[in-house]
Write a protein that binds this ligand. Sequence first.
Ligand code: AMP
Length: 353
Amino acid sequence: MSNKTVGIVGGGQLGRMLAMAAARLGFHTIILEPQDKCPASQVAGSQITAAYDDSDALQTLAVLSDVITYEFENVPVAAARKLAEKTPVFPPPEALEISQDRLSEKTFLRECGIGTADFFAVDSQLEVDEALAKLGGSGVLKTRRLGYDGKGQRVFKDPGAGTARAYDDLGGVPLIMESLVPFVAEISVIAARSPAGDIVSYDPARNVHSDGILRRSNVPAGLNGDTLDAARSSAATLLERLDYVGVVGVEFFVLDDGAVLANEFAPRVHNSGHWTEAACAVSQFEQHVRAICGLPLAACDRHSDCEMENLIGDDINRLDAFLEQPDTVVHVYGKAETRPGRKMGHVTRLIRP
Ligand code: AMP
């Protein structure tokens, strides 16, 4: 077992934390990432420094790995399928493909019986206006592909405020117009499914975003048990329908009546699950490695309440103060350069009774 090699496509902080978890279980890791000395390769066994769609590199990764996973959802689907011809790739490339396009993602969630915001495909400025009119004048316009951390989005709040140039401003690419959800909270579920079909999930976290970027996650979420159960059960349905293996992160809006609407899912470990590293015996990272390597899934119980805070840009300069706090677990990603909006690390403050 311990001779297994886990290939990881992507070398950011999620790859880094996966590699650390894999190493703890005795596995070797190889990272495929174009950027040299990336956060993941600093802690992994080795790195193949090449583009994600480089066919020689994919071939090498497939030959050297016993199982392959990925740490970001914009891995080219063709690359994932090519890898899967030789070596098992988890989560399944189909999950990757669906999640890469907000239209197919929301359509699939609906097919699974999971509620979402209302949405319309938008392919021209005329359709921006038509969709907004159908939604009563407010909505969120998003690029269908390659959006992350709130990038590629425009919010329309006031009916009659006008949509001038919205289609061109977002790049003239395929868009989706969603209804503007009047949510009272945002939560996420980190769940895992094994090859045998066992499913576990962590307690949902309550998330606070600003400028489209996750700032904080709190667990427990402080919401009604029925709301949390509905979110967990939606995540489980999604995993079953995708015949999924590995960890998924599913984000939900909570309405004032306690109902939940799914916003999106990420077929990978998720930023809003970083708290599991500090507050659970087995983190989302180890849970993912267990699932993709066919090991038993572990319990998701939490030993402490907690708050995870992302260290974004200059927040990393507050590190010394966090290190002084006795119940704060610090994780620094090893990125050479601090940039505004860049995730540099995170801290989880354990809240003890
Ligand atoms: P997303 O890129 O879809 O994760 O969106 C980033 C953030 O924008 C979400 O976490 C919400 O805070 C907000 N947001 C996205 N879609 C909607 C929506 N349809 N209604 C209200 N807020 C939204």
